[in-house]
Write a protein that binds this ligand. Structure first.
Ligand code: NAP
Length: 283
């Protein structure tokens, strides 16, 4: 029976009304029978600092942070994990011994999604091609470096942004021209779309996968639609594919554990529930 204080957490962003995180955490709260809540907080950039300073007064155990606050969240922390420090951005905040901690779980989510969707993908993956150089690309490159992928190449519409990211990522990260994408595909073992191209309401990613080897893994972190045209093209030519929904589900695990004290599991039932919301079967 649920008695006592309600444990509360949520997601803060601007805008935040389309966030699927409440569905995920709400599902786990129910599964564990925890007396808790997980809500959306739409907070403008100018109000973010006050929001974070008053988390505890608002009765929150912590929050997920989404666009555009991940960098500001990092700056507001008392303590950060090595990963958040490396990325200078945090998406999961919690309290520990009275201090506000932050981590960046996007790279955890990205890796766990590939591990679940295509087990052993990193055993023979030597070369990764990253399309895009935004916040998500930053986290994904850090994840690939943790798995010792030898060669990482970034291709971005705005080349300077790719160069900045390569510099920040250190190690063996190269930059190539967007117009030479086809050539880069020839040697890629893993292709990751981290741009917003292909997302519903956005232009499509106009890319022929013809030069790509048939064993190369193709993944897209866009998950609306669940199967982007990039993934469809890859699937039809026989490449292994992993969609982006699992990244969203897996990145949520550490936050739930910090706030509610139980480590949840990403199951097919949860995935189907979120899929139903994306496809409009559930509102
Ligand atoms: P971001 O920081 O705004 O970066 C956006 C990226 O997309 C940049 O590289 C940008 O290139 C590129 N881009 C945008 N419009 C373009 C166009 N018309 N042509 C070519 N490139 C274009 O965003 P983000 O946080 O990295 O997120 C990127 C996408 O990943 C979003 O769709 C987001 O919803 C999704 N995402 C999914 C997950 C998940 O859990 N599955 C997690 C995080 C993000 P420029 O630098 O040239 O502008």
């Amino acid at each position: 029976m649920n008695t006592g204080t309600i444990l509360r957490a949520g997601v803060v962003g601007h805008p935040v009304k389309h966030s699927r995180s409440p569905i995920i955490h709400g599902y786990w709260l129910e599964q564990f029978g925890i007396n808790g809540r997980y809500d959306r907080y739409d907070v403008k950039p100018e109000d973010f600092s006050h929001f974070v300073k008053t988390l505890s007064e608002q009765g929150l155990q912590g929050v997920n942070v989404t666009i555009p606050h991940k960098e500001a969240a990092f700056l507001a922390l008392d303590e950060a994990t090595d990963r958040a420090r490396r990325l200078k951005a945090a998406n999961t905040l919690w309290f520990e011994n009275g201090k506000l901690w932050g981590d960046n779980t996007d790279s955890i989510g990205f890796l766990a999604n590939l591990d679940q969707g295509h087990p052993g993908w990193d055993i023979n993956a030597k070369s990764a091609l990253i399309l895009g150089a935004g916040g998500a690309a930053r986290a994904i490159i850090a994840g690939l470096q943790e798995r010792n992928i030898e060669k990482i190449t970034i291709v971005n519409r705005t080349r300077e942004r790719a160069e900045e990211l390569a510099l920040m990522s250190g190690g063996q990260v190269a930059v190539a021209e967007w117009s030479k994408l086809s050539f880069q595909l020839e040697s890629a073992d893993l292709v990751v779309n981290t741009t917003s191209l292909g997302m519903s309401g956005q232009p499509d990613l106009d890319l022929s996968l013809d030069p790509l080897g048939k064993n190369a893994l193709v993944t897209d972190i866009v998950y609306v639609p669940l199967e982007t045209n990039l993934l469809k093209q890859a699937r039809l030519r026989g490449n292994p594919v992993v969609d982006g929904l699992g990244m969203l589900l897996h990145q949520a695990v550490p936050g739930f554990e910090h706030w509610f004290g139980k480590r949840p599991v990403v199951t097919d039932a949860l995935r189907h529930l979120v899929e139903d919301h994306i496809t409009g079967i559930r509102a």
